[in-house]
Design a protein around this ligand. Structure first.
Ligand code: ZN
Ligand code: ZN
Length: 367
């Protein structure tokens, strides 16, 4: 488990990086409204608050919330002064006016246009500076304490899958399997599931974002199960593909192509390699086998406090792999009307390559 002392040191380090960004962006204060980012920077696990981080330290950073969260905030929030507001906008206005700052950075991808207009109206003196992906870049590189949380989420999800696996069989309903898996994850300590569990059988397995319906598993079905747990604010994300009974030759062949694409992509992961190159290694493997038209989505995505975060692994993404990144490698082949196979691992980038964090087998599981 991660101790508070460690977490406090992490928080100080993270805020130092933010202050560097503020200097680059020429902003005096960072107004944080995204609750995941607030958790990342303070430890607060509630669902509504404001955090103000100053470029030049103004004593402690300011954490603002309404009365619903004051008690929780005093227990959880690290390295900040907790202040209560009645109305969020007034709380922000008072704090910024008291500090007398002009240039305030905000998260361009989080703040709604409506709230942006309100901020501008009530603070006409303030210049709002949009911060784009810089923060996502910080969060993409995981610290050891974050890896511990991610491993814990993976363990909870994997053990739950192993528990439910014997009941994935002909006659079982997709939804029933999903519910049992979710219940098993909650029982093992997940605060919630990372996302709606996918159990896609038969022709539905060809729909990458099918969730789980009333269809009952039949002999010969491919079954794609994509699931994840959220533990201590960190997520896991993994996909296994099964076949009900004995696999056909074609099912085995397509599974082998997806597995090979995943292996080749993971083998090439190391710091300095372009992210897009990893995507194209998997994509080319599938293309060479003649199934290029049936792999439509990106190869993977970062996982952390959000199930989908930086980096993205897509054909046209910019940027290179860096040590500390955690992302999925999830190639798939989806043939409409026939079915689909997706295999998803999570990896952590090390100095020389990558460590595969998820440990459930990616063979074609007969159930
Ligand atoms: Zn997934
Ligand atoms: Zn995923």
């Amino acid at each position: 488990m991660v101790r508070w002392g460690q977490f406090q040191m992490d928080v100080v380090k993270r805020r130092r990086k933010i202050r560097e960004y503020l200097r680059e962006a020429n902003a005096a204060v960072f107004l944080v409204l995204d609750v995941d980012t607030i958790r990342y920077l303070t430890g607060f696990s509630g669902s509504d608050a404001v955090l103000l981080i100053a470029r030049e330290e103004w004593g402690e950073d300011l954490f603002l919330c309404d009365s619903r969260y004051t008690f929780q905030a005093r227990e959880e929030v690290q390295k900040s002064t907790v202040r209560e507001y009645r109305k969020k906008l007034d709380g922000i206005k008072d704090a910024l006016e008291a500090a007398g700052v002009r240039d305030v950075a905000i998260e361009a991808h989080i703040v709604t246009l409506a709230f942006f207009e309100k901020l501008r109206e009530s603070l006409p003196e303030v210049h709002l500076v949009p911060l784009n992906q810089s923060l996502a870049g910080i969060r993409a590189l995981k610290e050891p304490s974050e890896l511990t949380f991610i491993r814990e989420a993976i363990r909870v999800a994997s053990e739950s899958f192993q528990e439910v696996l014997p009941r994935i069989a002909a006659g079982a309903e997709e939804r029933q399997i999903a519910v049992e898996l979710e219940y098993a994850m909650r029982r093992r300590g997940a605060q919630r599931t990372g996302f709606d569990t996918i159990v896609a059988s038969g022709d539905r397995s060809a729909l990458p974002h099918w969730t789980a319906g009333r269809r009952k598993l039949r002999p010969g079905d491919l079954v794609v199960v994509d699931f994840g747990a959220s533990v201590n604010g960190y997520n896991s994300d993994e996909t296994c593909t099964m076949v009900v009974g004995r696999p056909s030759e074609e099912q085995e062949k397509i599974h082998a192509v997806v597995l090979e694409a995943q292996k080749r992509a993971m083998h090439a992961i190391r710091p300095g390699v372009p992210l897009a190159q990893i995507d194209s290694i998997a994509r080319n493997t599938i293309q060479e086998a003649g199934y290029g038209a049936y792999f439509g989505h990106g190869l993977g995505h970062g996982v952390g406090m959000n199930v989908h975060e930086e980096p993205q692994l897509t054909p046209d993404v910019e940027g290179t792999i860096e040590e500390g990144m955690v992302f999925t490698v999830e190639p798939g082949i989806y043939i409409p009307g026939w079915g689909g196979v997706r295999l998803e691992h999570m990896v952590a980038v090390t100095a020389e390559g990558c460590e595969i964090l998820t440990y459930l087998p990616k063979s074609l599981i007969s159930c």
